[in-house]
Design a binder for this molecule. Structure first.
Ligand code: KG4
Ligand code: ZN
Length: 335
């Protein structure tokens, strides 16, 4: 069962070929065209996807020693994300499926961050899952791989966005979450005091926008970049981990999962491992290379859907969408 998956929701162009959950070949190309522009420029992102995607697909298909005619299912992220950027991958997958007489699946980007962990090994439910990326930060209660219910989300900035804004302020470029994580290793988290927003671990919601002002004041006061980085990482990773672990205990979760770009963060990983170790919960984290946007996650989401429902398919009129609505998260896209 060959799945060809593409992901073009933001500024990474990605394609992957999977046989069930197993990756045969994959590529991710980060767009550098936005560097120095202070953020992702949507029109430039769409144009770069158009330029890069066809050649990337050719490479992964020939690397796996097959052709597009051998693909059973074409899957693409449909949202949430930048609509113009999403349309490039989505339209490509629809056209390829139509031409090959194959199945087409429109995949939810947020759910797919989590589905990169599928099938795991002997995963027991219920599980509490944290999704923390550049665009989203939310906690879900999962009763199965196909049933996730929103517990709470950020009230303002996403955790990755907060990492990126702080990184930019202290001169680490964009997106600077990973660079900040590295710099923090050489700083002292106690040298700079930052507020812990919505600190009560019992509230399954986050708020990171207030940290910006506190960081700016410390930066203007002359605090060292590595100390700001260490304190910021400690506050944000500590809050994410505390709230995830608190929800896991409140809902009797047997498993804890984290996914999305910020789940690559070393402090967050350590704090979740600590908490799960002492409470006897199983912890599932993506390999760091599969935490940020990639197409393996889209392919695994598609493979998981087909594992649970071999007749599943999406309509050729499935559209791209910018935001998610509703409290249920399913790998098949819904705006
Ligand atoms: O999941 P992702 O690739 O894109 C979205 O769907 O948004 O996440 C990207 C985000 C960026 O904000 C990036 O700075 C952050 O993940 N990130 C990190 C780390 N690696 C990536 N944040 C903190 N620590 C890291 N090690
Ligand atoms: Zn993402």
């Amino acid at each position: 069962m060959l799945v060809l998956a593409v992901e073009t929701s933001c500024d990474d162009t990605a394609a992957a070929l999977l046989d069930g959950p197993d990756v045969l070949s994959e590529r991710v190309s980060r767009q550098t065209v936005h560097d120095g522009l202070g953020g992702v420029v949507p029109e430039l992102a769409s144009r770069m996807h158009l330029e890069v995607l066809p050649g990337m697909v050719d490479s992964i298909v020939s690397e796996a020693g097959t052709t597009l005619a051998g693909v059973d299912t074409f899957a693409a992220s449909a949202g949430p994300g930048l609509v113009g950027a999403l349309l490039v991958g989505l339209s490509w997958a629809k056209a390829a499926a139509f031409a090959a007489g194959a199945r087409f699946l429109a995949i939810n980007h947020i759910a797919s961050h989590l589905m990169v962990l599928w099938p795991g090994e002997d995963v027991r439910f219920p599980a509490v899952a944290l999704i923390a990326s550049g665009g989203h930060t939310a906690l879900f209660l999962m009763r199965s791989w196909m049933d996730a219910e929103l517990l709470g989300a950020t009230r303002d900035d996403a955790a990755g966005e907060a990492f990126d804004k702080t990184a930019k302020m202290i001169g680490l470029g964009y997106p600077g979450g990973a660079a900040l994580d590295r710099l923090a290793d050489s700083g002292d988290p106690r040298a700079v005091r930052l507020p812990v927003p919505l600190g009560d671990p019992g509230i399954p919601e986050f708020s990171f926008s207030g940290l910006k002002t506190a960081v700016r004041l410390e930066w203007e006061r002359g605090a060292a970049a590595e100390d700001i980085a260490a304190s910021f990482r400690s506050v944000v990773a500590g809050t994410l981990a505390a709230k995830t672990l608190e929800q896991a205990s409140a809902h009797g979760a047997l498993t804890v999962m984290a996914a999305g770009g910020v789940s690559a963060n070393s402090s967050l990983r350590a704090a979740l491992a600590d908490g799960c170790g002492s409470s006897g919960r199983r912890l599932l984290l993506p390999e760091p290379g599969l935490a940020t946007d990639n197409a393996v996650m889209v392919g695994r989401a598609a493979a998981a859907v087909l594992h649970h429902d071999p007749d599943a398919r999406s309509s050729m009129s499935a559209n791209a969408f910018a935001r998610m609505s509703g409290r249920r998260l399913h790998p098949l896209a819904a705006g």
